[in-house]
Design a protein around this ligand. Structure first.
Ligand code: ATP
Length: 568
């Protein structure tokens, strides 16, 4: 298949904001897609491998910019200037490609999906010094033979900013519509979602959808694929918890750490965050613990990872260890300085048996059986099974005294629902005034902060996918000097620089990627920001590298919090 066909599809999907139209366009395309070209499914969401694969394209805008200038015979400064004006590197590549002389266009129109994937997949293999020129070669080779439209989407794919507004639900609906009709279609849509939550592999889901509903139904968990985790709803009170969970419930400590899925098959262990990022390399300590303390040939375990001070052995808040998720160097030092303990709380596969539909009580018992508890290495979550409100209250107070966030109340009879917030687990915690927001802009600092970004534009999710609405600016809560667990201006600047999308004077627009938990004093109505609201005294509490962009605070939550605050 030619890449041009995919570029045209992207363009059509981008051309409409209507979800139904997007679905129809995609459905037509999928009907024609052959099994041979199934990896196109990854490219549809801007990826080259299924979710959970650690190999990502990872090209900074700076390298992409260089490749664009090289492949078009333009200077870097010209490309930079166009980028500042247009604000979309993809469009810059398209423009320049249009202006290219006819003589260089011999190869245009020949780019195949296979070739694109082949080159893109070589990029993550090139690590370390001296690889930039090799990366440039691979990218320029593609861009040089790309049509203007191909250049646009290739560039956007490279920098991880496809901007076509396609949600996973659109892909699910399009698959259902392509391969099923009538009553079967609605049923298929649900089965496709279930299968996807278990496998997280769009190319396989495409193949199975094509084969028929019974093939989707047969999908079982695999230790080499991450599943989407089950999410918690809020409990308004302990009584509310009982109402939703039943006469008896399990209350567990809500640890202040980060979620981790542990997939084990014999001696091979894979660790994933709830964003389905593969973080095995960052946690060799956990890999060892899993091999030693989990007595099962194969398993998929859901857990919370918490950090403790290696000297005092005191548990520390999430922010202190959050850097362990992202850091890919000096891992041995971090393992010693920021040790972690696994708090396992669920199991969905054990010795190849799929336990998703077994009741939680049974899963929990099995978990306790196969884990050899060792303090500061791995234990199961502290748990209380009861039918008494007063007992839960005592347990809650104990959790708070132990520096944890509160409790998670669990329905003992419930199955595990990957990817859903169905109310089988409820969080009971002190409500802080905080939002999880994404940084969409930054400004250079002056004086002591010269050379760093010192002020950051925060945005919440809008009503539409890919729509981010500004809600304030923050510079507080970030440190000038290194301090235990706190993010510094230097580090944040380093993380944001490769994400720059447009630059005007000292202000920059950045790709929405870095998520921060922000506390604030009050929400006000405001015409200064596109959300219509502004946060008073916002303060960055902690970076949330574990959280997916799709789960940040949305405008509805902001409105609700604003209304709630007025009532008070
Ligand atoms: P949200 O999930 O609402 O987006 P959040 O990331 O702050 O926000 P919460 O919903 O507050 O997380 O709480 C659910 C999280 O609590 C789980 O995703 C998990 O990481 C964590 N957690 C800690 N202890 C447990 C436990 N015993 N059982 C289940 N989850 C736990």
């Amino acid at each position: 298949m030619l890449y041009q066909e995919l570029a045209e599809l992207y363009s059509q999907i981008e051309g409409t904001t209507k979800r139904l139209e997007k679905t129809e366009i995609l459905s037509k395309f999928l009907k024609k897609l052959s099994d041979e070209d199934k990896d196109v499914m990854y490219l549809l969401i801007g990826k080259i491998y299924p979710e959970g694969n650690e190999k990502e394209i990872g090209i900074s805008t700076q390298i992409a910019l260089k490749a664009i200038s090289k492949s078009n015979g333009a200077t870097d400064s010209k490309v930079l200037e166009m980028w500042k004006k247009i604000g979309d590197l993809g469009k810059v590549a398209e423009e320049l490609s249009k202006q290219k002389k006819q003589t260089t266009l011999k190869l245009v129109g020949k780019l195949t999906i296979q070739k694109v994937l082949e080159n893109l997949r070589k990029l993550p293999e090139l690590q370390g010094k001296g690889t930039i020129s090799l990366k440039l070669l691979l990218i320029t080779e593609l861009l040089a033979s790309a049509s203007p439209l191909e250049a646009k989407y290739l560039t956007r794919t490279l920098i991880g900013d496809l901007r076509i507004g396609i949600k996973s639900s659109t892909i699910r609906e399009a698959l259902a519509s392509a391969f099923f009709s009538g009553d079967a279609r609605k049923q298929a849509s649900e089965k496709i979602q279930n299968a996807y939550d278990k496998l997280s592999d769009l190319a396989i889901i495409f193949e199975l959808s094509k084969k028929g509903i019974e093939h989707l139904e047969k999908v079982s968990l695999k230790t080499d694929k991450p599943i989407k985790v089950m999410l918690a709803q809020k409990a308004l009170s302990i009584e509310d918890g009982f109402e939703k969970c039943g006469e008896y419930l399990a209350a567990e400590y809500k640890y202040d750490g980060f979620r981790m899925l542990i997939n084990k098959k014999n001696d091979s262990v894979d660790l994933y965050t709830r964003r389905l990022e593969n973080v095995t390399k960052q946690f060799p300590d956990i890999v060892e613990v899993v091999k030693k303390n989990i007595k099962a040939k194969s398993c998929i375990i859901d857990s919370e990872i918490i950090g403790y001070n290696p000297k005092t052995k005191k548990y520390m808040p999430f922010q202190a260890i959050s850097q362990r998720i992202r850091r890919k160097y000096e891992i041995d030092r971090l393992v010693k300085e920021l040790p972690v303990e696994v708090k396992a709380f669920d199991i969905v596969l054990c010795n190849d048996e799929d336990l998703i539909n077994s009741p939680f009580e049974q899963r929990s018992k099995l978990l306790k059986k196969i884990i050899k508890s060792e303090k500061y290495k791995i234990t199961t979550a502290d748990q209380l099974i009861t039918n008494k409100v007063s007992k839960v209250r005592e347990f809650y107070e104990k959790a708070i005294k132990d520096n944890q966030e509160g409790l998670i109340l669990k329905n003992l009879n419930a199955p595990y629902k990957p990817g859903s917030r169905v109310g089988y687990m409820l969080k009971l915690k002190e409500e802080l005034r905080d939002f999880d927001l994404v940084i969409t802009g930054a400004e250079y600092g002056t004086g002591k902060r010269a050379g760093w970004f010192s002020s950051f534009i925060l945005s919440c999710m809008g009503n539409k996918k890919d729509e981010y609405l500004e809600i304030g600016k923050v510079g507080t809560g970030i440190n000038e000097k290194e301090d235990e667990g706190k993010i510094t201006f230097k580090e944040l600047t380093k993380q944001l620089k490769p994400l720059i999308i447009a630059e005007k004077g000292t202000s920059l627009q950045v790709k929405p990627k870095i998520i921060v938990a922000v506390t604030y004093q009050e929400i006000q109505k405001s015409t200064n920001y596109s959300s219509g609201y502004a946060l008073r005294f916002p303060r960055v509490n902690v970076l949330r590298p574990d959280k997916p962009l799709s789960e940040i605070t949305d405008i509805k939550e902001v409105e609700d919090a604003y209304k709630g605050q007025k009532k008070k």
